[in-house]
Design a protein around this ligand. Structure first.
Ligand code: CP3
Length: 339
């Protein structure tokens, strides 16, 4: 059905001719055509909320870079918004929530998201993207993992430590579970809508996995990721737990097909801890793409050799917006030239 289904075959554990390659944050400010379009649109949210523009921006890196997958252009924060906490994206600062969860009683103002009403623009965007992709490559849908969404709902903005969110776990463990449960149910519904609209595979971004203790990570994050994965049956699932090196054994037991590694995680050690079953994704340092072409090629090939199959080539986190485009292309082309 798909002309290039390398990503899906790899995610299912099949032997493939070369690793598929895509980049987290491939759609966005690395591309001049994104920056040009962004100038014309009044704010990030008006881009995310417009299906035609979402389609255009999703396809930009497909055309410019020749990646093996498209990823939906959106943001993980549309889920807390659909639950009753609207966000703003403040220019060169990041997300900001007008209302946050400060006390247990605050969660009574929230609802479990109803994506068919409040996130319909995402489904419309996905349908347009699928039409325009014309079965060339798969489309990755995504959501934030419940713990990461929880952290933004409590904190209200980015933070180095997310200490407010971690404090809430100690002060209000039962409310924390109640809120994580609501986020989880919202996310299941949201991902099912994305899959019904045409997403071929999904990724859960647990961007703040690395700030919890190992025990807390099991209790407040992995349990809920497991619950989401148990509800998503017909497409492969990628879990990206940024910084959760301490949980790699547990991640090996998760009911997903793919685990994403960041660049702090040693490849062979990760394979040993996670076990032979999972496909691994990652894990070059995004800063490598600022290096000279020989270095980029050498490090990319060395990474691929060390993974030795069952691998989706990617960076260890999102590409930085100021990365030289030639460095990005060198990375993608190096993977695609492998026979
Ligand atoms: O990967 C892609 O190409 C798809 C698009 C995508 C965006 N955000 C677009 C975006 C995806 C998958 C996300 C996920 C996301 N959003 C995460 C998880 C991944 C990660 O990076 O850990 C998180 C934590 C967010 C929340 C968020 N959105 C923050 C903290 C910021 C500000 C920081 C920044 O990079 O500017 C955003 C804004 C954002 N999301 C931009 C883009 C392209 C930049 C907005 C702009 O165009 O000015």
């Amino acid at each position: 059905m798909l002309k290039n289904d390398l990503l899906l075959r790899t995610a299912k554990g099949e032997k493939v001719e070369r690793p598929p390659v895509w980049m987290m944050r491939q759609a966005g400010r690395i591309l001049p055509e994104y920056r040009a379009l962004r100038e014309k649109v009044d704010g990030f949210k008006n881009l995310v909320g417009n299906p035609e523009l979402v389609c255009e921006v999703t396809l930009q890196p497909v055309r410019a870079l020749g990646v093996d997958a498209a990823i939906l252009f959106s943001d993980i924060l549309v889920v807390p918004e659909a639950m009753g906490l609207p966000y703003q994206m403040i220019e060169s600062k990041g997300p900001w929530f007008e209302n946050t969860i400060d006390r247990p009683e605050d969660i009574s103002k929230l609802v479990i998201a109803n994506p068919d009403a409040d996130l319909l623009y995402v489904a419309e965007g996905i349908k347009l993207i699928k039409q325009n992709l014309n079965n060339e490559i798969p489309l990755i849908g995504f959501a934030g993992a419940p713990w990461t969404i929880f952290a933004y709902m409590i904190e209200g903005k980015g933070s180095k430590t997310f200490s407010k969110a971690r404090t809430f776990l100690y002060q209000h463990p039962q409310t924390s579970h109640d809120l994580l449960h609501m986020i989880t149910e919202s996310t299941v519904r949201y991902l099912k809508m994305q899959i019904d609209a045409g997403a071929d595979i999904i990724q859960l971004f647990d961007s703040w996995a690395g700030i919890l203790s190992p025990e807390q990570y099991k209790e407040f994050s992995l349990n809920y990721i497991q619950r989401i994965c148990s509800e998503i049956l017909h497409v492969p699932k990628i879990v990206f737990p940024k910084g959760a090196f301490f949980a790699r054994r547990e991640l090996g037991k998760l009911n997903c097909e793919v685990v994403g590694l960041d660049w702090n995680m040693e490849i062979e050690e990760s394979r040993n801890l996670i076990g032979p079953e999972k496909v691994l994704q990652g894990n070059l340092d995004p800063c490598l793409l600022f290096a000279d072409f020989n270095t980029i090629r050498k490090e990319t090939l060395r990474m691929i050799e060390r993974f030795g199959g069952k691998h989706i080539a990617n960076l260890g986190h999102g590409v930085y917006p100021d990365t030289p485009l030639d460095g990005v292309k060198c990375f993608i082309d190096t993977v695609k030239a492998i026979r």
